[in-house]
Design a protein around this ligand. Structure first.
Ligand SMILES: [Zn+2]
Length: 297
């Protein structure tokens, strides 16, 4: 049965990219993909569990270049909560996943956020954003205290001063990062072979990350999608926007553009919310675009 994805590693040249599970979500597929109504899921039932829920992975991507150790996104944090009729979430495993790779938070030199939704910022500090979080929790510090923290400027500005429960918590995240956050933009190289690709729509400053071999020996590239896609179904149903897309039209346009770019035998996609397995390729259309689960050599 389909379920959240386990820890897994692929390589691009000497660079290792590892999915680190933090937890999982169970979503109401009809509510969260409004364009799928009334029966769009009937041809994609393999992505639903026995209860008709849509399971998603939640976690972070670890990029190890040899000299640099980067985390992309920070999961949910140590929380569990539900939004009745919409979704249930459970996090808390990220540091254990990191330890299974032989690392501690002190080993991380850079944190990059694809965007600042609550399920991507959870381990920013000791206080995980959640609607049912106890009042008065005190922030005692950043989880990855030795790391630079990076986000697109448009993303930071979009959420600044807000207390939207799906966004970055005002004091657990925004206030804690305010003095040290660094802004990155389209094309910036944040480490050798790791570049920013602006992919707006899901949120205004949403970014993806493109990993290539800085030595040039490998023709492969890997794209960490962020929330450009929430599931493999959107490879074929690319017009299905997600209910929390800030700009649904832009989200569809970005996804279409990226999918055309990514129909390439040397490109691996990493979808942090993909169930089952987070890495795979987009096959060029024969009659329709298709997903192939797999990994880079
Ligand atoms: Zn997300």
């Amino acid at each position: 049965m389909v379920a959240a994805a386990p820890r897994a590693t692929v390589h691009v040249g000497e660079t290792a990219i590892t999915f680190l599970p933090d937890g999982h979500g169970w979503l109401n597929p009809d509510v969260l993909f409004p364009a799928s109504a009334p029966d769009g899921w009937s041809t994609h039932a393999a992505f639903l569990d026995d209860a008709g829920r849509f399971p998603v992975s939640i976690g972070a991507f670890l990029i190890r270049t040899g000299r640099r150790t980067i985390l992309v996104d920070l999961g949910l944090g140590d929380v569990a909560f539900g939004i009745p009729g919409v979704a249930d979430f459970r996090g808390g495993g990220l540091l254990d996943s990191l330890a299974e790779e032989g690392l501690t938070p002190d080993d991380i030199d850079t944190v990059v956020y694809t965007h600042l939704h609550h399920d991507h910022v959870g381990w920013t500090t000791n206080v995980a954003p959640a609607p049912n979080a106890p009042e008065g929790q005190r922030v005692t510090g950043l989880t990855f205290a030795g790391a630079r923290h990076m986000v697109a400027e448009a993303e930071w500005r979009h959420w600044a001063g807000t207390d939207d429960p799906v966004g970055p918590h005002p004091y657990a995240v925004q206030a804690s990062l305010a003095e040290l956050v660094e802004h990155v933009g389209d094309g910036d190289e944040i480490a050798p072979g790791v570049r920013v690709l602006a992919t707006p729509g899901h949120t205004p400053g949403h970014i993806s990350l493109v990993v290539t071999d800085p030595a040039g020996a490998s023709p492969d590239r890997l794209v960490i999608l962020g929330d450009v896609m929430h599931c493999q179904v959107q490879v074929t149903e690319s017009s299905w926007n997600f209910a929390f897309d800030v700009d649904p039209g832009q989200s569809v346009a970005t996804r279409e553009l990226l999918l055309k770019e990514l129909e390439d035998e040397h490109t691996v996609l990493a979808g942090g919310h993909f169930a089952g397995h987070v890495f795979g390729r987009v096959l060029p259309p024969k009659s329709a675009r298709a997903w192939q689960r797999g990994r880079v050599a």
